[in-house]
Design a protein around this ligand. Structure first.
Ligand code: VG1
Ligand code: CO
Length: 544
């Protein structure tokens, strides 16, 4: 079958953000829009001939249509083989696992993660390379330059393929394998954790848990692993069926959006453990009985206890966290005598460190935790890690966290998001803070004064690439820290994120409400940036 060349013109603004290209579904439905971006990827990574490509997505609206378009284009561009998840499904970490396991040259993942789905909502596309990880900035910039230059894309004239039956088919000269989206991933999990110990915990009858898949991609994964392989009772996984609109909810695992789960952990007869994941399965939220575990603490605690888990029994090489993530994990790394790296926001910045063997675990404050087992953050992996720790230590989650704080002190952390802001005024506000950084140092705000202030930049220790403008950091003399940055994943207006953290080691002050513990910092954050003055907002939209 000969490929057809279709003439097309570049589209405005196909610039990938923190995690791929995210736009409204209607943008992607414009003739040639998705095709431009996909051809830009293929032109950039060339050559495609003879290679294997992985394709899958989080099941949201337009997932199936997009996959058919991409498969025809991949066939026209000469790929030898395409592995596609049955039903078009592959969670982000599972796609990473499949790419690595089957020697693919990369994969295309269709997801807008935690952004809502549906005909009037969001869609997204990202490319992961042969290491299974998100394309580094150099590559995403090259994709973008290609989208501006493009005049034609390649496709073939062929009918849609059936994605619902496992098996092989031909598309032009390309072999299409519809694979079980869960098996490779579930096998990998079984190789890392003590499934016998966890099964004993889950089937003893005393320990009760719930996993909320939020009608997003992790439902089939959680059912296979928790209910089938580990024997947890049927119904342990709720909202397990992936839906195109995620049942109308936000598949964002935080205290606001996972309220059904939060309720189960806080009612009169609370469960022992709860967890949720996001749209594409790379984020996690973990809850103990009446107790929320902050992702920054989670990373620190997994690091401190890694040796109890078979996959990490030999210890860890090092750790990394994104800059806005609290410094809780730094304290653990220091005590263990391993390196701790501070990277810009976004998983792509961990890739080189993982590939070079400099780190074993890494994480972000935004409910993302992971390790060198794949090259993406991994929601279910983090949940299984916690379950294995609970089983190994024979302690409830809450006790594990408390004893960690007693040992290391606590890094209070919160993030305040202001969503849907006018893009110009948000930018202006950040620019003003940036221009006045010098004058800020030494300034007093009530009892606190500013010790240092900078705009975070990063030099990759492996390939030396530099990234600037990654968030404004202000350090105060009480050890507190304020970080301001604008989101790179939104599709409407601008989202301002303000991250606040402060260290406390007084054993009497370890159990405060973070909003109270951080109240003085929160006030200083508004005074420095003039959030209220610039945005007109009195309160953040989401507090985590
Ligand atoms: C957000 C988070 C960031 C995360 C990114 C992708 O980015 O803050 O930590 O890596 O989402 O996560 P931003 O630019 O909006 O702050 V996911 O689960 O959407 O792939
Ligand atoms: Co995600």
């Amino acid at each position: 079958m000969t490929p057809t060349r279709v003439n097309t013109q570049p589209f405005e603004g196909q610039k990938p953000g923190t995690s791929g290209l995210r736009k409204k579904v209607v943008d992607f439905q414009q003739p040639g829009y998705l095709e431009n971006f996909v051809q830009a990827i293929f032109n950039t990574i060339a050559r495609c001939e003879g290679e294997t490509l992985v394709i899958g997505g989080d099941g949201r609206f337009y997932n199936r249509e997009a996959i058919q378009i991409i498969m025809r284009m991949a066939a026209a561009n000469g790929f030898a083989r395409i592995l596609v998840g049955q039903g078009g499904i592959l969670s982000t970490p599972a796609a990473s696992c499949v790419i690595r396991k089957h020697g693919a040259c990369g994969g295309i993942i269709l997801s807008a993660s935690h952004n809502p789905g549906g005909p009037t909502e969001d869609f997204g596309i990202k490319f992961n390379g042969e290491n299974g990880g998100p394309a580094p900035e150099k590559l995403t910039e090259a994709f973008y330059q290609q989208t501006l230059a493009i005049e034609q894309y390649l496709t073939i004239d062929a009918d849609d393929l059936d994605l619902d039956q496992p098996g092989s088919a031909q598309l032009g000269n390309t072999q299409i394998d519809v694979i079980d989206p869960v098996k490779d991933y579930a096998d990998l999990m079984e190789s890392l954790f003590d499934f016998e110990r966890m099964a004993a915990l889950l089937t003893r009858g005393k320990f009760r848990m719930c996993f909320d898949a939020m009608h997003a991609v992790t439902g089939p994964y959680a059912k296979e692993i928790l209910e089938k392989r580990l024997g947890a009772p049927q119904g342990t996984v709720i909202n397990a069926e992936p839906l195109e609109d995620f049942g109308g909810g936000h598949p964002d695992p935080n205290l606001v959006h996972a309220h059904q789960l939060v309720e189960l952990l806080n009612n009169d007869d609370p469960l022992d453990f709860g967890a949720a994941s996001d749209g594409d399965g790379d984020r996690n939220m973990v809850l103990g009985k009446g107790f929320y575990i902050n992702p920054c603490d989670s990373l620190a605690i997994l690091t401190a206890n890694a040796q109890l888990v078979p996959g990490y029994a030999e210890g860890i090489a090092g750790v990394a966290r994104s800059m806005p993530t609290s410094r809780a994990v730094d304290r653990v790394a220091a005590r263990q005598g391993v390196d701790c790296y501070e990277t810009p926001t976004g998983w792509k910045f961990f890739g080189n460190l993982l590939d070079a063997g400099k780190i074993t675990l890494c994480g972000e404050e935004s409910f993302g935790t992971g390790s060198d087992h794949v090259r993406e953050k991994d929601g279910l992996w983090a949940v299984l890690f916690w379950l294995d720790l609970i089983a190994a230590k024979e302690q409830p989650a809450r006790e594990i966290v408390r004893s960690h704080w007693i040992q290391y002190g606590r890094d209070y952390f919160t993030r305040h998001d202001y969503e849907g802001l006018d893009s110009d005024s948000a930018r202006q506000m950040i620019d003003q803070v940036r221009e006045n950084l010098g004058a800020l140092v030494g300034r007093a705000f009530g009892e606190l004064s500013v010790e240092s202030a900078d705009d975070f930049q990063y030099r990759d220790p492996v390939d030396g690439s530099e990234t600037t403008g990654q968030g404004i950091r202000v350090l105060l003399d009480n050890g507190g820290r304020i970080v301001y940055r604008l989101s790179g994943t939104g599709t409407q207006g601008a989202t301002l994120r303000v991250y606040l953290d402060c260290y406390q080691k007084d054993p009497a002050l370890l159990e405060l409400d973070p909003q109270k513990a951080l109240a003085p910092l929160i006030e200083v954050a508004d005074r420095i940036a003039g959030i209220n003055r610039h945005t007109g907002r009195e309160q953040p939209d989401v507090i985590t």
